[in-house]
Ligand binder design. Structure first.
Ligand SMILES: Cc1cc2nc3c(=O)[nH]c(=O)nc-3n(C[C@H](O)[C@H](O)[C@H](O)COP(=O)(O)OP(=O)(O)OC[C@H]3O[C@@H](n4cnc5c(N)ncnc54)[C@H](O)[C@@H]3O)c2cc1C
Length: 317
């Protein structure tokens, strides 16, 4: 079922989770162990992130270096199928521009369609670790909107091979990313919102936000979107804080702020067990306020602490 159908058919706020594929070598059981406490809360859908290959240089015995290409977390599409099969829940695979040519993207979409997956979250992806700025694959997409256009085309039965006849149309519900605190490359919020609006005008069905820790930023973002005619559901993305290190890692990696009361509370914690309590309380308060505001879905980034997220959802419903 489509994410937008889940939303339109519900009178109350829904819950969804984002998970990462297990690290290569871990096996699918580790994922089920992560998901089991969350599934008790009957999420409407589960997002599965996509991780492109990275390359590094390994020193050989003779002192020279060998380029090694590694994908640390493969398996997004098959994990979606496995989750649907095991838990009978809808899944949303993330699909990125980075590392894909357009024909590889088409093949990936055909696979997702055959698997009965109704949703995709289309993203550009970040720069590869060794690159200073995002570089599209030769023959690949530069921006999320280009990938979005390809999915929209496939939904209309338009494949890359123009002479294909009597093609089957896919029916993907398409999500895109939005940034209440601005995407870090955008020169200003206005420019970022203009590009977001272009994605909606091109056919995106809903927006999922980057994590934020200050609800006022989400509410302002929704208002700015509505003011410029963006009328699709805007799903807030929420993440718990559970280690002291996240005080610097989260702003550095995701280009977001932690409000002063939260950062001071974390800084005064003696250890990470205390940080986890602070993080859980903050997430609960954030969620309560968003619930009161009737947001369509509370979407939790569960990496690392599924039980913490499960505790919060337990308190809410
Ligand atoms: C909810 C969510 C889930 C994510 N999941 C993943 C994941 O699974 N895997 C992963 O690798 N990354 C993931 N990311 C990270 C994401 O890939 C990065 O934030 C990336 O840098 C931008 O992706 P985008 O889809 O927002 O890009 P875009 O929409 O392409 O925007 C990128 C930048 O370019 C600007 N821009 C857009 N269109 C144009 C244009 N036509 N001309 C000029 N400028 C333009 C935008 O303002 C923005 O600054 C996720 C992010 C979010 C918020």
């Amino acid at each position: 079922m489509k994410v937008t159908d889940h939303i339109s058919q519900s009178t109350k706020t829904l819950v969804s989770f984002e998970i990462l594929p297990p690290l290569k070598g871990k096996g699918i059981q580790s994922l089920y162990t992560h998901l089991d406490p969350l599934m008790e809360h009957k999420p409407s859908f589960i997002n599965v992130t996509y991780h492109r290959s990275e390359h590094s240089f390994k020193k050989r015995a003779d002192g020279s270096f060998e380029k090694v290409i590694v994908r640390k977390r493969p398996g997004t599409e098959s994990i979606c199928a496995a989750i649907m099969n095991k838990y009978n829940v809808d899944t949303v695979p993330h699909l990125i521009c980075g590392g894909f040519s357009v024909s590889e993207t088409e093949d990936a979409l055909i696979n997702l369609n055959y698997l009965g997956i109704d949703n995709v979250l289309v993203l550009r992806g970040d720069a590869a670790k060794n690159e200073s700025a995002f570089e599209p694959e030769p023959g690949g997409h530069k921006y999320a909107i280009d990938l979005l256009n390809q999915v929209v085309n496939l939904n209309e039965g338009v494949y890359l091979e123009e002479d294909l006849k009597n093609t089957s149309k896919t029916k993907f519900c398409i999500g895109v990313a939005g940034y209440p605190e601005k995407h870090f490359e955008a020169p200003n919020m206005e420019s970022d919102l203009k590009h977001l609006k272009a994605k909606i005008d091109a056919g995106a069905d809903y927006i999922v936000t980057q994590m934020f820790f200050d609800n006022a930023k989400y509410f302002q973002f929704v208002k700015s979107c509505r003011d410029m005619g963006i009328n699709v559901p805007i799903i807030p993305g929420l993440k718990p804080v559970y280690t002291k290190k996240q005080l610097t890692i989260l702003p550095k990696t995701f280009h977001i702020d932690l409000p002063t009361p939260l950062s001071e509370a974390i800084a005064s914690c003696k250890n990470d067990a205390d940080v986890e309590k602070v993080g859980q309380e903050w997430l609960l308060e954030q969620s309560k306020e968003l619930l009161k505001a009737n947001v369509p879905v509370l979407h939790y980034y569960t990496l690392g602490r599924p039980q913490l997220v499960a505790n919060v959802v337990n308190e809410l419903f």
